[in-house]
Write a new protein. Structure first.
Length: 540
C-alpha cells in the first residue's frame, strides 16, 4: 500500500476520533423524572419516610445515586437506592428530618445506557426556609461528573466499534479469501490492531460507564466495587460480554489456521455476531418499544456496516499482487454482491431507526445528532456512487484494477463509522425551547406585571411589579406567591419573593416538570386589605 493511501486511512481514523469525541449536548432525550415523593417544591407537615423517584422509562436502580442536603448544604445520610414497584422506580430510605428546606440530587442510568441527573427541593414545616433554587444551585453544581470521564467513555465506545470492524469485518473476508488472503502480513496486522482496539475499547467503556453513573472521576472506573455495580445492569452486562467475546476472538486469532476448520469458523462466527449485538443491546434500541425488534434491526444495520467496511479494508490491505491473482476473483465477486445487498439494508434500517428516535425528519437539523446523520447520509451516497464505479471496473477490467476505487471507498467507510460513533452520545431529539412568560394580571383594582424567565423546566427567575388600586405609588405591605400543577396533582408550593424596590419583587421559582402551572399572587395592599391574583404559566 503506497504512502498516499496510508495517509488517507490515517486521516480518516483521526477524523473518526474527533467525531467520537464531540461533546454531548446538555439536553437529554433519555430517562426523565415523571414524579417524585415528596413532590418538587412541596411543603410537608412531617418528615417523609423515603425518597421515591419515578421515571418515564426503565432505569438501572443498582447504579442510581440519591443524595439529600439540608438548608446549609450539608449532606444527610440516606439509605442505599433500591428498585421500586417497577423498573422505572428507584427509592431510598430517609432518617427523620427536622423542619427546614432540603434539596434532592439524583443520578440514574437510563435503559439506553446514558446517564442523566437532576435535582429538586422540598420543605418541612411552614417557617420561612429560603430559596429552594439557591440551595439546588449550591449542592448540584459540585455534584457533576468529571468531564474527563465522559470524554474517555465516548472514545472507548468508538474504539470498540472500530475494533469490531477491523477484527470481525476483516476476519470474515480473510476466511472467504483463504488460504492466501488470511496469511498476508497486512491483513494479519489489521486484525491484530482490531483485537487490541476492541479489547481496550470494551474494557474502558465498561469502567467509564461505572464512573459516569457514580458521578466520579476516571480513577473510580478502576474500582472493583464499581465493577460489581456495573455488571448488575443491562448496559454493564453487555459491555462486559463484549470484552469477554473480544478475548474469545483473540484466542481464535492465535489459533488461526489457513486450512478450513468448521469448528473454528463456528466459534469465531458466533462470537463475532454476538459481539456486534452487544452494541445494539446497550444503546438507543434498548429503550425503544418493542425492544427486541429494534435491537434486531440495529444489529442488522451494524452487521451490514461491519461486512461492508471490513471488506473494503481487507481488499485495500491485501495488496495489489493478491488482487491480480486468479484466486482473488471469487472473494472479490462475493464482496461486490455482499455490498450490493448490505447498502440497501444499511439505508432501510437506518431510516427506520431515525424516524423512531427523532419522531420524524422535521427537526433533524436542530440537533448535533441530526446534523451528523445528514453528513453520514451524504458520505453514504458518495460511497455508493464510488461503489458503482468499482462494480463497473470489476466486470470490465478485473479485480486487479479495483485498488484505487477501493481505497476511496475504505476511507469513506471509516468516515461513516466515525460519524456513527459521534451520534451515539447525542440526543436524537432537540431540547424543548424555553418560552419566557410575561403577563399583566389584575384583581380588585391591583395590577401586577409578572415575568418569568427562561420559562423552562428547572430554575427560573421571577419578577413582579405591582401597581396598587388607583395607580397609587404607595408601597404595598407584602407579596407572596405559590405555584401548583393540577394536572399532575402537584400541590401548591411557596415561592419566596424579596423586595427589589418600591413595589418590585423578585425571586426564584422551580418548575420540576412541564405542564400548565397555576400561579397565585397574594398581595397585602395594607395590613387589612389584600388581593388574590391568579394566572397560568405554560412550561414546555
Amino acid at each position: 500500500m503506497n504512502r498516499n493511501m496510508v495517509r488517507g486511512v490515517a486521516a480518516a481514523l483521526l477524523g473518526m476520533v474527533a467525531l467520537a469525541a464531540l461533546p454531548s449536548s446538555t439536553a437529554s432525550a433519555h430517562a426523565a423524572l415523571e414524579s417524585s415523593t415528596p413532590a418538587a417544591n412541596s411543603v410537608l407537615e412531617k418528615s417523609p419516610p423515603q425518597i421515591v423517584l419515578d421515571y418515564d422509562e426503565d432505569i438501572e436502580a443498582s447504579l442510581a445515586s440519591i443524595k439529600v442536603f439540608d438548608a446549609s448544604g450539608k449532606a444527610v445520610e440516606v439509605g442505599a437506592p433500591v428498585g421500586g414497584a417497577d423498573a422505572s422506580i428507584v427509592q431510598a430510605d430517609l432518617p427523620t428530618l427536622q423542619d427546614g428546606l432540603y434539596a434532592v440530587t439524583w443520578r440514574v442510568s437510563s435503559a439506553d445506557g446514558h446517564v442523566v441527573d437532576g435535582a429538586f427541593s422540598f420543605q418541612i414545616g411552614t417557617a420561612a426556609a429560603g430559596s429552594g433554587q439557591d440551595l439546588i444551585d449550591q449542592v448540584h453544581g459540585g455534584d457533576g461528573v468529571d468531564p474527563a470521564v465522559k470524554w474517555v467513555y465516548t472514545v472507548a465506545r468508538f474504539l470498540s466499534l472500530a475494533g469490531a470492524i477491523l477484527l470481525i469485518g476483516v476476519g470474515v473476508w480473510s476466511v472467504q479469501g483463504r488460504p492466501a488472503l488470511g496469511t498476508r502480513r497486512g491483513i494479519q496486522t489489521l486484525m491484530w490492531v482490531g483485537l487490541v482496539t476492541l479489547l481496550v475499547g470494551a474494557a474502558f467503556a465498561f469502567m467509564m460507564f461505572g464512573a459516569q453513573a457514580k458521578g466520579g472521576t476516571v480513577g473510580d472506573g478502576f474500582k472493583p466495587s464499581v465493577w460489581a455495580d456495573v455488571v448488575s445492569t443491562q448496559t454493564g452486562r453487555m459491555l462486559w460480554l463484549r470484552f469477554a467475546l473480544a478475548v474469545v476472538l483473540g484466542v481464535m486469532l492465535v489459533t488461526w489456521k489457513s486450512h478450513k476448520a468448521t469448528w473454528w469458523e463456528a466459534i469465531a462466527g458466533s462470537a463475532g455476531l454476538i459481539a456486534i449485538v452487544t452494541f445494539s443491546a446497550s444503546g438507543h434500541p434498548n429503550s425503544m418499544d418493542p425492544k427486541l425488534l429494534w435491537i434486531a434491526l440495529d444489529a442488522i444495520h451494524l452487521t451490514a456496516i461491519v461486512l461492508w467496511v471490513g471488506g473494503l479494508l481487507a481488499l485495500l490491505f491485501a495488496g495489489k499482487s493478491w488482487l491480480a491473482e486468479p484466486e482473488a476473483v471469487r472473494p472479490v465477486q462475493r464482496f461486490s454482491m455482499t455490498a450490493f445487498i448490505a447498502v440497501p439494508l444499511i439505508v432501510a434500517t437506518g431510516v427506520a431507526a431515525t424516524l423512531k428516535l427523532a419522531g420524524g425528519l422535521d427537526d433533524v437539523t436542530a440537533t448535533t445528532w441530526g446534523r451528523l446523520l445528514l453528513a453520514k447520509v451524504m458520505v453514504v451516497v458518495a460511497m455508493v456512487a464510488v461503489g458503482g464505479v468499482s462494480r463497473w471496473v470489476l466486470h470490465h477490467d478485473g479485480a486487479a484494477s479495483l485498488r484505487r476505487t477501493v481505497a476511496i471507498e475504505a476511507i469513506m467507510g471509516l468516515l461513516i463509522v466515525g460519524l456513527a460513533a459521534g451520534m451515539v452520545g447525542q440526543p436524537p431529539r432537540p431540547p424543548v425551547a424555553a418560552v419566557p412568560f410575561s403577563q399583566t394580571v389584575t384583581a380588585n383594582g391591583v395590577i401586577a406585571a409578572v415575568s418569568i424567565s427562561p420559562g423552562s423546566v428547572g430554575g427560573n427567575d421571577i419578577h413582579v411589579v405591582i401597581t396598587p388600586p388607583g395607580g397609587s405609588i404607595a408601597p404595598v405591605a407584602n407579596v407572596t406567591a405559590r405555584v401548583s400543577l393540577p394536572s399532575a396533582n402537584v400541590p401548591f408550593s411557596p415561592v419566596t419573593l424579596a423586595a427589589e424596590g418600591p413595589n418590585h419583587y423578585s425571586g426564584k421559582v422551580t418548575f420540576p416538570r412541564p405542564g400548565v402551572w397555576t400561579m397565585e399572587l397574594i398581595i397585602n395592599i395594607t395590613e387589612s386589605d389584600s388581593a388574590l391574583l391568579k394566572t397560568t404559566v405554560t412550561i414546555p
